[in-house]
Structures are given as structure tokens and as C-alpha cells.
Write a protein of this length. Structure first.
Length: 52
């Protein structure tokens, strides 16, 4: 086992892994509301343009 692998294994066990800037572990309510708003606006635009 290399020293890097040993360090990573130790960090995993200790629970001290560095954050990588990924998604937060929190409430997604605002994200869901904005997503559905985008879907509705896009549907209205498509309907008004007569693409369907």
C-alpha cells in the first residue's frame, strides 16, 4: 500500500475527508421550486410559439 492510499484510508476512517465543493446536504425546496418554475415557463413558451 502506498503512503497516499494509507493516508486516504486513515482519513476515511477518521471521517475527516476534505469537502470537494459538491452539493450541500440540506433542504432542496428552493431548487425544486425553481426547477418546476422553469418547466412551466418553458411549456408556456413552447405552447405560445406553436411548436407542438
Amino acid at each position: 500500500m502506498t503512503s497516499t492510499a494509507a493516508t486516504a484510508a486513515t482519513a476515511d476512517r477518521a471521517g475527516t475527508r476534505a469537502r470537494t465543493g459538491g452539493p450541500e446536504d440540506g433542504s432542496n425546496v428552493l431548487e425544486h421550486i425553481l426547477g418546476w418554475t422553469l418547466v412551466v415557463v418553458l411549456a408556456m413558451l413552447v405552447t405560445q410559439l406553436g411548436l407542438i
